[in-house]
Each structure stands twice: as C-alpha cells, then as structure tokens.
Design a protein around this ligand. Structure first.
Ligand code: FAD
Length: 346
C-alpha cells in the first residue's frame, strides 16, 4: 500500500495517531529521532478526573475517560503488554481553602460521580487510572520498526517540502520541537517544565495515588514515582537540584515521616500547552498537506486518543475537527470560514 501519511514524532501523540491509522487501514510511516527530549518519557501517565487547587473536573472526562480506557485496552491486547491500571486517588487538602472548595462543589453536585468518600484530611477520587507510557512507546516502536514503518532519524526543516510531495499529508507530532520550530507560528504556544523522581519504597497500596500538591504513584513492586513540578515558561529539559529537593520533601510528606525511601532516578520534560487549556489538532491554514497534534499539556494520556480519532475521521470522511481543538481557533477567521481546506485520503 502507498504510505499516505507521514507522522513526525513517535511520542504519545504520534503513537496514538499511528495506531488509529493502522486500525483504520490507512497507510502511514513514522519518523522519530530516538525519543530525545520526549515529554512522554517523563510522564507518569496518570488520568485523574479532578485536578488542580480549584478541584476542577477534567475537560470532557465523562466521555474521554471511557474512550481512553477502550483505546489503551485494545493496545494492550494488540501489543501484548500491560498498559492500563485502574486507580483511586487519595486527595489530601493542601489548606482550608481547598477544603471549602471541596465542600461547596460537593454540595452543588459538581464533582459527581468522581468525588468519593470523605476523610478527615481529604477525600477519595474514583475512576482514575495510570497508563504505562514508557511500555507503550517501547512496544509500539518495536512493532513499527520490525514492520519497516518507523525510521529512526532527525527530521529537519529541509525535509518538509520533499516529504509533503511524497505523502498525502505530513502530521507533526514532535511536541516541543514542533512548537519551537515555527511551522505553526500563529499558535500561541506556552510551555511548562515538569520534573519527577523515581523512588524505591516498600509497602504502598498498588491501587492508590496519594495527592497533595504533588502525587506519589506506585509503578511496580517496591517502586513509585513522585511528581510532578510545574514551571511555566521554562524550556530547558534537564533535571535540576531544586526540583529534586522539593520532590524529596513532598515524598516524605506524602509517605509519612516514618517511611524510608531512596531516589533511584530523576526525569524532566517540557509540556506544551495553549492559553485556553485545550489540545490542538488540524491542518495548517496555508499548507493543507501539513497537520499537527500538540498541546497535550499535563493530560496527554486522556487527550491523545481523542485527537488521533479525530484525524482518522477527518482523513476518511473530511469530518471537521472539533471546534474546541481545531488549530483554526487561533486564526482570526472571517465569518463563514471555519477550517482550513480539507481533503480525504485512503
Ligand atoms: C514531568 C511530567 C509529568 C507528566 N505527567 C503526566 C501524567 O501523569 N499524565 C498525563 O496525561 N500527562 C503527563 N505529562 C504530560 C505528557 O508528557 C504530555 O502531554 C505528552 O507526553 C506529550 O506527548 P507528545 O507526543 O506531544 O510529545 P513528546 O512526548 O515530546 O514526543 C515528541 C517526539 O518527537 C520526537 N522528535 C522531536 N523532534 C524531532 C525531529 N526533528 N525529528 C524526528 N523526531 C523528533 C521526539 O524524539 C519525541 O519522541 C507529564 C509531563 C511531564 C513533563
């Protein structure tokens, strides 16, 4: 089959897109430079229905949560690796203000059906999960390398004209590199550096994330991750001593003063976000043979399946992108023109 789609980047976005294209029978190739700087490899993969100091329900969690579960379960079956784990979050209040927010929102029914039992110092969040993103990238990489679909090389600006002529469309899923690369310069990209620590620690409940400002999530026998820091505007993806100290203090707070742990690893990455806190997908307004998925922020595990699915619908049936994610929302469009021109492949 003629490869119709070239995907740049095999992080979370590129992997989910390739998977949905494969399932739909649309030809594709992938190029990835070996996951250098991939935010996905620093991510815990937590899907938490209620987040932030203001205890906000994640955008469209009622539909995106079950859809994500179906996607990762299907990937598990196909790739033969465990990826999805159902979890509960033990949310501990950071202060009295957070307790009041919780009480008010529960009284108004705003956190249903995710806010569970109350505790003296917090409450339970139900229907959370963790996706093992490292295992996903590794298994998918092996699959597409052996199928001859994945090339390990750095894609440069000079390659774009050649590849857009060879493929029906090139879809840029290179995360921070895409945002900084200038191909979608009209998008108001924002960045937030994040760091997390790998820990050796015994005795954690494997089904529970503990969360107060930071989270601690069990990732296997005697192992957990604590994270993640948020440093808006920072783009240097190297781990820092300051973040390590802050996360070690958080780990001790979350585990309790008497619980010993050792730091076994330290990772960092840069999240790409948008001012309206939504991800982005769609075609370039002036180059319809160039598209993107980006802006997965801190919710890539929940959002990537939606964006990949939208691309498949768009390529198969010219379905317009959801207005809340369409890259066209960043263009000042005259009335009547809603999206860049579309054409189908396949
Ligand atoms: C510390 C931290 C914790 C996080 N925790 C969570 C969490 O618990 N839950 C959650 O849902 N999200 C979390 N996130 C967010 C999540 O990591 C991102 O939303 C998501 O992984 C972004 O995926 P991506 O595919 O867009 O980008 P990336 O993962 O950065 O992938 C981009 C890919 O493109 C490749 N690439 C770049 N340039 C080129 C080039 N020129 N040529 C070829 N290939 C190239 C890279 O090698 C990489 O593989 C966290 C992020 C951080 C930093």
């Amino acid at each position: 089959m003629r490869p119709d789609v070239l995907i740049l980047g095999q992080g979370l976005a590129g992997t989910l897109l390739a998977w949905e294209l494969e399932r739909a029978g649309i030809g594709f190739r992938l190029v990835d430079c070996g996951h250098a700087g991939a935010a996905t490899l620093a991510a815990a993969g937590i899907i938490n229905p209620i987040t932030g100091r203001r205890l906000v329900k994640s955008w469209r969690i009622g539909t995106l949560g079950p859809a994500a579960r179906d996607t990762y379960r299907a990937l598990e079956a196909e790739l033969g690796v465990p990826l999805w784990r159902d979890l509960r979050v033990r949310r501990r209040f950071a202060d009295e203000r957070e307790r009041h927010t919780w009480r008010d929102k529960v009284a108004r029914g705003e956190l249903a059906p995710y806010a569970g039992d109350a505790e003296a110092d917090g409450f339970w969040i139900e229907h959370a999960a963790r996706v093992d993103l490292g295992a996903l990238l590794a298994a998918a990489r092996a699959r597409w390398l052996s199928a001859g679909r994945l090339r390990v090389e750095a894609f440069g600006p000079a390659d774009l004209a050649r590849e857009t002529a060879r493929h029906a469309i090139v879809i840029d899923c290179t995360g921070r590199a895409a945002a900084e690369g200038g191909r979608f310069a009209f998008v108001p990209w924002e960045y937030s550096k994040g760091e997390m620590l790998e820990l050796a620690v015994a005795g954690l409940d494997p089904g529970v994330v503990i969360n107060r400002r930071h989270w601690i999530v069990p990732v296997g026998a005697g192992a957990a991750w604590v994270g993640a820091t948020h440093d808006p505007g920072l783009r240097d993806p190297r781990p820092t001593p300051a973040a390590r100290a802050a996360l070690e203090a958080s780990a001790q707070d979350l585990l309790g003063a008497g619980t010993p742990f050792a730091v076994t690893g330290h990772r960092a990455g840069v999240r790409v976000t948008l001012p309206d806190k939504r991800p982005v997908a769609g075609r370039h307004p002036d180059q319809p043979h160039l598209g993107l998925i980006n802006g997965l922020g801190a919710k890539g595990a929940l959002w990537a399946p939606l964006l990949a699915r939208q691309w498949v619908d768009h390529l198969q049936a010219a379905t317009p992108f959801d207005l809340e994610v369409d890259v066209a929302r960043f263009l000042r469009l005259p009335p009547g023109r809603s999206t860049p021109s579309a054409s189908s492949v396949g």
